[in-house]
Design a protein around this ligand. Structure first.
Ligand code: XLS
Ligand code: NI
Ligand code: NI
Length: 438
């Protein structure tokens, strides 16, 4: 059905191994290679982000787009959407990835009324159904863009005006319908406008109650339509609002548990959102994993010098390795995958740059995974960590863990403990082991 080839002269990206210097080949991401009992393809479930790769044209707050996409020519919005879908599916097929992710209005431009917008979304959903069947590419998650349109300037689900909340609800219903129609495996909520710009005009408690009510309604609706997938909340501390309610993993888990949403919702952890919250990516993954909430990953990176939300492609092997240690120990992701929520730079204006970006991102995660597997299996590494907690594996330490001691028992015990020798944390040794395995 695709009538034109957009990425001419680029074929399917092969795995050629670390000896290759072909820029159009994977050096480490070998989809069928088994690491820690699973193929890389299944560990990662790599997805492309429709918005960054096929919609964003390199605009920034100081200037217009720099990237002139050949699929963005038709004047009829549904035809333009079909052309964009052709380009997206050609790209994903050539990358050899299995998944994509979208916002409703990435797929097709929003119309001037909700009724007309829904018609457009349904039209492009039908087209995508055929593209999926043709290529075997699947939908990792869908979501609704309830942040770009000026109507959401005061929030979507947390807007103080019920009319806007209802509009957001309608949009989410349509996006859930599209996700279900396309066999989407998960559904995402990222609350870009759910927060405040000033606390002076904000009833935070009331807005949080509204957000929970909204998410509950969305979940109930999707379940009533037979949706079996997982809902993900994507934490981010700020930007575009001054303070977003889904600040970080810990805050979001507290919210999910307070409102009884823990059976249906997990987290989608984005690397650069962790940075903005002044956490590391591995920290956010560990917080989510501790509570059985590690659902999915949005892969990218920020800029450690200026702290902007730059959404660059991941390229730090050390950061990936540390993250993959947490990932493997958690037993991987619950329902989700690794979505490249990243964009090429404004001055990366060649179509081939999109390939280099995704090849580099996939290779970075693959190297991280391979290293993490070696590190976890390196007995000198795991012994150090186990050893630190030895005192809880016996006698009073074990009683403490099992809830058999009272504070007075600690007092008795401490009275009889005369000298406690210092115990080294061995951090430098552990850091060396990481680097030895990269
Ligand atoms: C923005 C978010 C967004 C979500 C989907 O910072 O990362 O792209 O992933 O709405
Ligand atoms: Ni983001
Ligand atoms: Ni994201």
């Amino acid at each position: 059905m695709a009538n034109s080839e957009y990425f001419k002269g680029i074929n399917k990206i092969p795995f050629e191994g670390s000896g290759s210097d072909n820029p159009f080949a994977f050096k480490y991401y070998n989809p069928d290679q088994i690491v820690a009992g699973k193929t890389m393809r299944d560990h990662f479930k790599f997805a492309i982000a429709y918005w960054h790769s096929f919609c964003g044209q390199g605009t920034d707050p100081f200037g217009a787009g720099t990237q002139n996409f050949p699929w963005d020519k038709a004047t009829d919005p549904v035809q333009a959407a079909r052309d964009k879908a052709d380009a997206a599916f050609e790209f994903i097929s050539k990358m050899g990835f299995d998944y994509y992710c979208f916002h409703d209005y990435d797929l097709v431009q929003e119309a001037s009324t909700l009724v007309a917008s829904e018609k457009r979304v349904i039209a492009i959903t039908d087209y995508l159904k055929d593209k999926q069947a043709e290529t075997g590419i699947k939908l990792l998650w869908g979501t609704a863009n309830c942040f770009s349109n000026p109507r959401y300037m005061n929030g979507a689900a947390t807007n103080p005006d019920f009319n806007i909340v209802a509009h957001a609800g309608a949009q989410v219903k349509i996006a859930i319908d599209a996700t279900i129609a396309l066999g989407g495996e998960n559904y995402v909520f990222w609350g870009g406008r759910e927060g405040y710009i000033s606390l002076l005009n904000t009833d935070m408690g009331r807005e949080l109650d509204h957000m929970a009510r909204f998410l509950t309604m969305a979940k109930d609706y999707a379940r009533s339509q037979g949706f079996k997938g997982t809902f993900f909340i994507e934490p981010k501390p700020m930007e575009p609002t001054k303070h977003q309610y889904d600040f970080d993993a810990a805050t979001s888990i507290g919210f999910i548990q307070k409102y009884g949403l823990q059976d249906d919702f997990k987290l989608n952890i984005e690397v650069n959102h962790a940075t903005l919250a002044q956490h590391t990516f591995e920290h956010e993954l560990a917080v989510a994993a501790n509570d059985g909430m590690l659902g999915s990953i949005d892969a990218n990176r920020g800029d450690y010098q200026n702290g902007w939300d730059t959404d660059q492609f991941p390229n730090s092997i050390e950061e990936a390795a540390r993250a993959m240690i947490v990932f493997l120990k958690a037993g991987g992701l619950q329902g989700g995958g690794v979505n490249f929520d990243a964009k090429i730079r404004r001055n990366s204006t060649d179509l081939e740059d999109l390939f280099f970006a995704h090849i580099g991102g996939a290779d970075t995660f693959a190297r991280g995974l391979i290293a993490a597997d070696k590190i976890i299996n390196d007995t000198s590494f795991s012994k150090i960590v186990d050893h630190r907690y030895d005192s809880f594996n016996q006698s009073k330490g074990r009683d403490f863990e099992e809830g058999k001691l009272q504070l007075a028992d600690l007092y008795e015990f401490a009275l009889n403990t005369n000298s406690i020798p210092p115990t080294s944390g061995k951090q430098e040794r552990l850091e060396n082991i990481i680097n030895q395995n990269i």
